[in-house]
Design a binder for this molecule. Structure first.
Ligand code: IMP
Ligand code: MG
Length: 181
């Protein structure tokens, strides 16, 4: 583990490092290669990042996808009731970009209860993309989704995780590694 990581863990009461910067880098590179191979060379992708959690993963991932592509973002919010999701998902930001006839790749940081994905996917499918696939960096495998991600970086432990885009009350998103709290 790089020495620079240790002060973070000590000062911020973080638990263990679950995925190191090197592991994340290697896996994202592999995922980019797999995604590249899955689309014909001339195909232009529309990569939709789910904010905020996916911003670092998406930035690294798109630089490993060797296909023409455009990037846009969505902001979704699930109503929370005492830490139990009410199952209702609201789009707080919805891009103007039309999905009609496009190859859409939805990029998510982590699938936990699956509520976000299960609600978002039908909304996006109604917009008539020629294909819609999901790429999630982490999957806690708590539930079966209506539509499983075609690409998953890592199966994640059930712990609460921070870093590489993931937050705890908006902190820790900038850590270059992923740690448990
Ligand atoms: P789901 O709708 O329960 O699948 O939750 C998905 C969203 O909850 C993710 O996009 C994250 O923003 C957040 N989330 C779930 N688990 C974690 C975690 O361990 N750390 C940080 N955020 C999480
Ligand atoms: Mg998220």
């Amino acid at each position: 583990m790089p020495d620079a990581v240790l002060p973070w863990l000590r000062a911020k009461d973080l638990g263990r490092v679950v995925f190191t910067e090197e592991e994340l880098g290697r896996r994202v590179e592999e995922m980019g290669r797999d995604i590249t191979r899955s689309y014909p060379p001339e195909e232009t992708l529309l990569v939709l990042g789910l904010l905020k959690g996916s911003f670092i993963f998406l930035a690294d991932l798109v630089r490993r996808i060797h296909r023409p592509l455009q990037v846009d973002f969505l902001v979704a919010s699930s109503y929370q009731n005492e830490k139990v999701s009410s199952g209702d998902v609201r789009l707080l930001y919805d891009p103007d970009t039309s999905l009609e006839g496009r190859s859409v790749l939805l990029v998510e940081d982590i699938v936990d209860s699956g509520t976000t994905m299960d609600h978002l996917v039908p909304i996006l499918e109604r917009r008539g993309p020629s294909s819609l696939e999901i790429c999630a960096l982490l999957h806690k495998r708590r539930v079966a989704l209506r539509k499983e991600p075609k690409w998953v970086g890592f199966d994640a432990p059930q712990d609460f995780l921070v870093g590489y885009g993931l937050d705890l009350s908006e902190d820790y998103r900038h850590l270059p590694f992923i740690a448990s709290v």
